[in-house]
Design a protein around this ligand. Structure first.
Ligand SMILES: *Cc1c(COP(=O)(O)O)cnc(C)c1O
Length: 482
C-alpha cells in the first residue's frame, strides 16, 4: 500500500469544488442561465464527477500532480457538459450553397414573417372567429383571398404540407375511382412520398400510361374509361428526363380531360409565384400559368420556391376545393396557426414582386448576382488569411443548388471560399467534421481536398460565425477527432 499516494488523493478530493459552491459562482450562473435547473445541476455534477474519477484512478503521485483543478479548467468542463444538454433543435450555418436544403429546414423565413409568427404564437387571434358577425369562422379564410388574387384561382385551401395536399385532394375527389398518370411522372420525393403509394393511400386507383421517357396524348385518351375521374400531372421536381422524350403539356391534358368531363389536377411541387425570368432562372412552372392553363386543382409546397413555411396549398375550382375542405382527412392535416401566420405574411410580400424577391430569403439567395457573392467570398477569404497564416485559402468558381427538389438542372454560378488544411493538421474530412462540432455548427461541402464555403446561403452576419468556426476548428488539431 502506498500511503503517501492515498494521502495525496485524499487531499486532492478535498480540494474538489462542491456542486453547490459552483452553482453560486457568477460565471457559472451566467453559463447556466438559459438551462433548466435539473440539466444545469446534472452538467455540473458530471464535470465534478469526471474530476473525482480522474483523482481516484490516478496511478501515481506524479499523475495526480498533473491534474488541473483550476477554475478555468473546471468551467471548461462544465461548458462541455452543458453543450451535451443543449436544446436538440439548433441553429446551424448553411455554407453548402444548397438554398432549400431539405435536411436543414428548407426555406428560411423573412424577419417580418417571423414577427407575424411570434404574434400568432404569443397572442390570441381570430383564427376561427369572424370578427364581423361574432360567429365561428374558417381558418382557410385568412389565405384564400390572397391566394386567389395572386394566382387567378377561384378558391383555395391550405394544409400541413404538399404531401398532405395531394393525399387529401385525391381522397376527396377520386376515392374508388381511377386516376391517370404518366409513367414519366411517378416520382418519389425524399423517401416516403411516392405517387403510387399516396394514390393507394387515398383509395384512388392508379392507371399508368406511356413510358418513362415518352407519353403521348393518345396514351391518356386510350386509358380513359367509365371509372376515370382525374387526369393527374405531376411535376418531376427533383430530376429531369433528357434525350428522346415527350410529355403531354398541361394545356393538352386540360383539353382532353375537359372534353370528357374529367378533373385535371396538377401537382406542381415547388409553388413558384415570382417571375425569375429576368434573373436568368427558367424551367420551373409557376402557379399562375398552371391555373391559366385550366388546371382544376393545383397543389404545391409552402417551403420550396415559395420561400415560406412548411405548408401545402390546394388551389382551383370552387366546388372541388369545397369538397376537399369538407373531407374528414382535412381536419387531420390542417394547417396550424403559426404556419398560417407565416404563410399570410409571406404571401403578402408577393403583392409587390420586387419586394418578394428582395426580402424572401430563398428568392434573394436564388437571385443574388455572382459579383455580390464573389465580394462576400473575397471578404471571408481575407479575414481567414489574416487569422490562419499557415492554411491554403482560395476563392474558386463553383455551382450552388436550389435544392428542395426544385430546378434540378439549373446551375447557379457561385464563388466559393476554398480551404485546404495543412497535411500535418489533418484531412479535409476532419475539417468538415470539426466545423459540425462548433457552436453554431457550420455545414460545408468538400471537394478535391478542399473545404468549400458558399456565401450564397449564408444569412446576413453569418460570416463572423464561419470565420470563428474555422479558426477554432483549425486550432483544435485535426486527425485527433475531438
Ligand atoms: C416536394 C413535392 C411534394 C411533397 O411536398 P412536401 O411539401 O414536401 O410535402 C409532392 N409533390 C411534388 C411534385 C413535389 O415536388
Amino acid at each position: 500500500m502506498d500511503h503517501s499516494l492515498d494521502d495525496a488523493r485524499e487531499a486532492m478530493l478535498r480540494r474538489l469544488p462542491a456542486v453547490g459552491q459552483l452553482l453560486q459562482l457568477p460565471r457559472v450562473q451566467s453559463m447556466i442561465s438559459s438551462y433548466p435547473r435539473p440539466l444545469a445541476v446534472e452538467a455540473i455534477e458530471a464535470a465534478v464527477g469526471y474530476l473525482r474519477q480522474k483523482i481516484l484512478s490516478a496511478a501515481s503521485a506524479t499523475e495526480l500532480d498533473t491534474l488541473d483543478l483550476g477554475s478555468d479548467f473546471v468551467l471548461s468542463l462544465i461548458a462541455e457538459e452543458l453543450g451535451r444538454r443543449r436544446p436538440h433543435l439548433r441553429r446551424v450555418i448553411n455554407a453548402t450553397g444548397i438554398i432549400l436544403h431539405t435536411n436543414l429546414g428548407r426555406a428560411v423565413l423573412a424577419p417580418q414573417v417571423a414577427a407575424a409568427v411570434s404574434m400568432a404564437a404569443t397572442c390570441y387571434t381570430n383564427l376561427e372567429f369572424d370578427l364581423a358577425t361574432g360567429e365561428r369562422g374558417s381558418r382557410h379564410d385568412h389565405l384564400e383571398g390572397l391566394l386567389c388574387r395572386l394566382t387567378g384561382a377561384e378558391a383555395a385551401a391550405v394544409v400541413n404540407n404538399n404531401a398532405a395536399a395531394v393525399l387529401l385532394a385525391l381522397s376527396a375527389l377520386a376515392a374508388g375511382r381511377e386516376v391517370v398518370v404518366s409513367r414519366g411522372e411517378l416520382v418519389e420525393i425524399g423517401g416516403s412520398f411516392r405517387i403510387p403509394d399516396v394514390m393507394a393511400q387515398s383509395g384512388a386507383r392508379l392507371v399508368e400510361v406511356g413510358t418513362t421517357n415518352k407519353t403521348r396524348a393518345s396514351d391518356y385518351k386510350a386509358a380513359i374509361g367509365p371509372d376515370t375521374r382525374v387526369l393527374l400531372k405531376v411535376h418531376q421536381s427533383n430530376y429531369r428526363i433528357i434525350g428522346f422524350t415527350s410529355e403531354v403539356s398541361l394545356a393538352e391534358l386540360v383539353e382532353i380531360g375537359h372534353s370528357q368531363g374529367l378533373i385535371v389536377m396538377h401537382d406542381l411541387g415547388s409553388g413558384l409565384l415570382a417571375d425569375l425570368g429576368p434573373y436568368g432562372i427558367a424551367g420551373e412552372p409557376d402557379v399562375r400559368a398552371s391555373i391559366a392553363a385550366g388546371a382544376d386543382v393545383v397543389t404545391f409546397s409552402g417551403d420550396k420556391l415559395l420561400g415560406g413555411p412548411q405548408a401545402g396549398f390546394i388551389l382551383g375550382r370552387r366546388d372541388l376545393v369545397a369538397a376537399i375542405k369538407k373531407h374528414p382527412l382535412a381536419r387531420a392535416v390542417r394547417i396550424d396557426k403559426l404556419t398560417l401566420a407565416a404563410a399570410e405574411a409571406t404571401l403578402r410580400l408577393y403583392l409587390e414582386p420586387e419586394r418578394a424577391i428582395a426580402e424572401i430569403p430563398a428568392l434573394r439567395m436564388l437571385t443574388t448576382p455572382v459579383s455580390a457573392i464573389a465580394a462576400r467570398a473575397q471578404a471571408i477569404a481575407a479575414r481567414l488569411r489574416e487569422s490562419l497564416p499557415g492554411t491554403e485559402i482560395d476563392v474558386q468558381p463553383g455551382a450552388s443548388q436550389t435544392g428542395g427538389g426544385s430546378l434540378p438542372a439549373h446551375d447557379l454560378p457561385t464563388q466559393l471560399v476554398a480551404v485546404r488544411p495543412s497535411p500535418q493538421w489533418g484531412s479535409v474530412a476532419d475539417l468538415e467534421r470539426a466545423l459540425r462540432r462548433q457552436d453554431p455548427p457550420v455545414l460545408a461541402r468538400t471537394q478535391h481536398g478542399f473545404l468549400l464555403i458558399d456565401p450564397r446561403t449564408l444569412l446576413p452576419g453569418d460570416e463572423d460565425a464561419v470565420v470563428a468556426a474555422l479558426v477554432a476548428a483549425l486550432a483544435e488539431g485535426g486527425g485527433s477527432g475531438g
